[in-house]
Design a protein around this ligand. Structure first.
Ligand SMILES: Nc1nc2c(c(=O)[nH]1)N[C@H]1C(S)=C(S)[C@@H](COP(=O)(O)O)O[C@H]1N2
Ligand SMILES: [Mo]
Length: 330
């Protein structure tokens, strides 16, 4: 068994990685499906109930629960911002695994399977381990954080995320003192994610943070938005949210978090190193080579707004970069 038990989690609830990796096979074939049912308590329960009635199955099946229980609200909420309409935040998305066209992931990701889902922790930690997503969600009190959200392409939103501080998760992982960076990886599954069959990026999507950025209280692992669990197109079942950086840092649908010594090369750094750096802090004074970053279009509004350094979070995060040349470290 690869999964190491988290405190308070029954080992029977942790999906073995082998089964998780084979899920396409067991969903495709009924023999394999039965074999899986025999070993996975959640799945076998749903199979039994399926034969009884559909509504009971709906409540017992290993599906995404409808409403996350939010324990804490309001921290870091910007005082005079209005939430972007839900339809825009979930209908206009960047998720290149599904499509490079922003209206398409909402449609193409509709049947994306987010259960079972395992997040593994690897690299420079006391002990590598993995978490079944629903166990992970239960480990931390969920908070609502309303954040400004700025894409490098020039649009912005305000999104009420639901999640827990990445710092809390990292503490649980017990990284060793030699860990200096955290690397995040998205699921690789070209059968489900059609654009992973193209070469628009090097797959799987990969991102990273310096450990102190990762530990900052603003940095969130989000599992929900607008009072609900994340829809697939926004990065279900778990994604990063780093509000002072351009949106591409906030990697979706994470399956692996790795603690490492050297700065990782993100998917965007590999694709276009002169355009996308490791830091990607929102900065109106550093232009993208092909366009200015001085203004932004707030989705749902007419006209343009002036972009603010660190997306308005300078008071909180400015000290992380004191003494650094932000034109060089873009
Ligand atoms: N795996 C993955 N994560 C990703 C992306 C992606 O294409 N694949 N796009 C990024 C970009 S460019 C942005 S702007 C944000 C968009 O998040 P949203 O669609 O939830 O607003 O997700 C980021 N995370
Ligand atoms: Mo973006």
């Amino acid at each position: 068994m690869l999964a190491k038990k988290a405190p308070g989690i029954k080992s029977s609830e942790v999906t073995p990685r082998k089964l998780y990796l084979n899920r396409r096979e067991f969903i495709a074939g009924s023999a394999a499906r039965a074999a899986y049912a025999a070993t996975n308590p959640l799945f076998s329960r749903s199979l039994v109930i399926e034969r009884q009635d559909a509504s009971a199955a709906a409540s017992a099946a290993p599906q995404v629960p409808q409403k996350p229980a939010v324990a804490k609200r309001g921290e870091f909420t910007p005082p005079d911002e209005r939430n972007t309409p839900y339809a825009d935040a979930t209908g206009y998305t960047n998720f290149y695994e599904f499509s490079t066209a922003k209206r398409d992931p909402a449609v193409l990701a509709r049947n994306f399977r987010t259960r079972p889902w395992v997040l593994s922790v690897e690299g420079l930690v006391k002990a590598p381990r993995s978490f079944a997503i629903d166990d992970l969600i239960r480990l931390f009190p969920l908070e609502e954080r309303i954040y400004r959200w700025r894409c490098v392409e020039g649009w912005s939103m305000v999104i009420p995320w639901i999640g827990f501080p990445l710092a809390e998760f990292i503490k649980k992982c017990e990284p060793s003192p030699s860990a200096k960076f955290v690397e995040f990886t998205t699921l690789f599954d070209p059968e489900q994610m059609p654009f992973q069959k193209t070469k628009v990026l090097e797959w799987p999507y990969l991102e990273g943070l310096r450990l102190d950025e990762a530990m900052h209280p603003l940095t969130l692992l989000a599992v929900g938005m607008y009072e609900e669990y994340l829809p697939p197109q926004n990065g279900a079942p778990i994604r990063l949210v780093v509000p002072w950086k351009y949106g591409f840092k906030s990697i979706k649908s994470i399956v692996r978090i790795r603690f490492i010594e050297k700065m990782p090369k993100s998917a965007w750094m590999k694709a276009r190193p002169e355009e996308y750096g490791f830091y990607a802090n929102v900065n109106p004074f550093v232009s993208h080579p092909r366009w200015s970053q001085a203004t932004e279009r707030r989705i749902g509004e007419d006209g343009k707004r002036k972009t603010v350094v660190f997306n308005g979070y300078e008071a909180e995060v400015g000290s992380l970069y004191s003494g650094m040349n932000l034109k060089r470290y873009y």
